[in-house]
Write a protein that binds this ligand. Structure first.
Ligand code: MEV
Length: 312
């Protein structure tokens, strides 16, 4: 049996704006999707999806999942699964819902398992390329931040490149580790729909959007300084400001806003939606693990799924 893994991710700053070549700060989290691959008994690439997931998450994405395998095979693997069938079981401890990089994690995990089983010897750069091609099935025009976090893990400052200039990835300095809580609304929202909301807004109000995008970029640059200084209250305030920009772009959701407020009332230094939005996860920053765990208890008592993580 061959196995592969892909990390979940959290975007701390700059989602959506990164698709339009503004910088983002994001991190892999220790929760992973794991793919186990065995030779199949029927022709084709069969997926048995045992991941824990939000209601309708798997049903909503079933076609995209098939397409993600097609993309990776057509553009990178070049294998004939009719002749050499495989059966892939997806599992792991990443609770799948919009906003946590579950689609990229599944692509990266499958690519690693395929590479091992067929002895393709892919390095991380090639796995990352597979993750990007696979993720295009879910987001049409992804920035590449999700697959990069899924492949490499760790905290990154990322900017999407152009054809002639590749993506840039830097590694922010962290003065203090970040204790974060990610809470799921349980609402599955398609990233491609959220990307469309942003594109429509850009077409309707280009000047306003440029202003918002400039502010988003300034927030990321200030966040780099605050992260390096270990100034967690400043990082939290910048997360709050980032949330307002995403609300102005129209990709928030009332339940995301509710959870953001709930975390703020329960000790968060700052909170925002994370990822594509319109549902999915939000993320809150706390002064330490005790403060985070107290807020997690409150979210649990209200019935929300959450992920606690320490970055750095
Ligand atoms: C999705 O996790 C993050 C977005 O910025 C899309 C992308 O970067 O590809 C909304």
């Amino acid at each position: 049996m061959a196995t592969g893994y892909g990390y979940g991710k959290v975007i701390l700053f700059g989602e959506h704006f990164v698709v339009h070549r503004r910088p983002t700060i994001a991190s892999g989290i220790s929760r992973t999707t794991v793919a186990e691959l065995r030779p199949g008994t029927e022709p084709g690439f069969k997926i048995i999806d045992n991941r824990l997931a939000a209601k309708d998450y798997k049903d909503k994405y079933i076609e995209q999942q098939k397409k993600s395998v097609e993309n990776m095979n057509n553009l990178v693997w070049g294998l004939n699964f009719e002749k050499t069938p495989v059966e892939v079981t997806l599992a792991g401890d990443l609770y799948c819902a919009s906003g946590v990089g579950a689609s990229a994690a599944s692509c990266v995990a499958m690519a690693r398992a395929v590479s091992e089983h067929f002895d393709l010897g892919y390095d991380d750069e090639q796995i990352n390329q597979c993750g990007l091609e696979g993720d295009k099935a879910y987001a049409k025009n992804p920035s590449g931040v999700d697959n990069t976090c899924s492949t490499y893990g760790g905290l990154i400052y990322f900017r999407k490149g152009r054809d002639e200039a590749p993506n840039t990835t830097d590694y922010p300095i962290l003065g203090k580790p970040l204790d974060i809580l990610m809470v799921s609304t349980g609402i599955t929202a398609k990233t491609e729909d959220a990307l469309q909301v942003v594109e429509d807004k850009m077409a309707a109000e280009p000047e306003l959007c440029k202003e918002i995008f400039d502010e988003a970029e300034a927030i990321v640059e200030k966040a780099m300084t605050a992260l390096a200084a270990g100034d967690l209250p400043a990082v939290g305030k910048l997360m709050d400001l980032n949330h307002i920009l995403l609300q102005r772009m129209g990709v928030n959701h009332e339940l995301l806003d509710y959870l953001v407020e709930l975390c703020r009332k329960n000790g968060a230094l700052g909170a925002k939606m994370t990822g594509g939005g319109m549902g999915g996860y939000m993320v809150a920053l706390f002064a330490d693990a005790n403060a985070r765990d107290a807020a997690a208890k409150m979210c649990k008592s209200e019935g929300y799924e959450f992920i606690s993580a320490r970055i750095g």
